[in-house]
Design a protein around this ligand. Structure first.
Ligand SMILES: Nc1ncnc2c1ncn2[C@@H]1O[C@H](COP(=O)(O)OP(=O)(O)O)[C@@H](O)[C@H]1O
Ligand SMILES: Cc1cn([C@H]2C[C@H](O)[C@@H](COP(=O)(O)OP(=O)(O)O)O2)c(=O)[nH]c1=O
Length: 215
């Protein structure tokens, strides 16, 4: 049976609980016979993973950061995401472009219009039906109060450049996500991440069932 490719992204502030559910979603699709490409941003290809190390560890100005995340994304799209979608796979990515608007745009205050231009440039794709700007089919936005996310992360792992930011930074990141949702509400599913793991998983599952993608 041939399938259409599906592109699903997970978004939310650090510590919201995204990683906890990504593997489970991949297994649920595989149980239905789908081939899954599990990936993440920044990263997902050898080049983009090298850029990730720079982005997460080296101090740099916000435009440099934005250009590097989009450069990594371009390679990721061309080398990995587009080929997998063309093969009819389910691509699940731990973060994508909404994170750039949330972190570089909201958190760091970088110019939104410039990010929109970069998004259009980097995600322009030539498909069988013509040229279009690639976007996820569905984005799961894990919403969680920054204070609770910080409590969850405390002691869980060594914080990187972004994870060590204060609560005010993460409030701006959340506002950035909210602005992206407002601009494209059809694409987003809001997940209440302030619940026990199993309840969060049920919400994730219901979104996929609602789309008709999981039984
Ligand atoms: N629903 C939940 N309730 C409490 N703690 C959670 C929940 N989901 C995840 N955690 C824990 O919170 C921390 C951050 O979760 P993680 O999935 O790594 O978040 P993210 O990928 O969004 O940064 C981990 O230590 C994880 O075990
Ligand atoms: C994709 C992306 C991530 N980021 C940030 C958000 C996260 O703090 C960090 C890496 O994300 P993530 O992979 O969620 O971190 P971890 O592996 O520690 O769970 O990069 C940006 O600032 N801009 C972007 O465009």
């Amino acid at each position: 049976m041939t399938h259409h490719g599906l592109f699903i992204t997970f978004e939310g502030i650090d510590g919201a609980g995204k990683s906890t559910h990504i593997d489970a979603l991949a297994r649920a699709f595989e149980a239905q016979g789908r081939v899954v490409t599990l990936t993440r941003e920044p990263g997902g290809t050898p080049l983009a993973e090298k850029l990730r190390t720079l982005i997460l560890n080296d101090p740099m100005d916000a435009l440099t950061e934005a250009l590097l995340v989009f450069a990594a994304r371009r390679d990721h799209l061309q080398q990995r995401i587009e080929p997998a979608l063309a093969r009819g796979e389910v691509v699940i990515s731990d973060r994508f472009t909404d994170a750039t608007f949330a972190y570089q745009g909201g958190g760091r205050g970088y110019d939104w219009e410039t990010l929109l231009n970069l998004e259009r440039m980097i995600q322009t794709t030539q498909g069988p039906e013509g040229i279009f700007v690639r976007q996820p089919d569905v984005t799961l936005w894990f919403e969680l109060d920054p204070e609770i996310a910080a409590q969850r992360l405390a002691g869980a792992r060594v914080p990187d450049k972004f994870e060590s930011q204060n609560a005010a930074f993460f409030k701006r990141v959340s506002d950035g996500y909210a602005q992206r949702l407002q601009a494209d509400p059809q694409r987003f599913a809001r997940i209440n991440a302030d619940q026990a793991r199993d309840a969060v998983w049920q919400e994730v599952r219901q979104v996929m069932q609602h789309q008709g993608w999981l039984a």
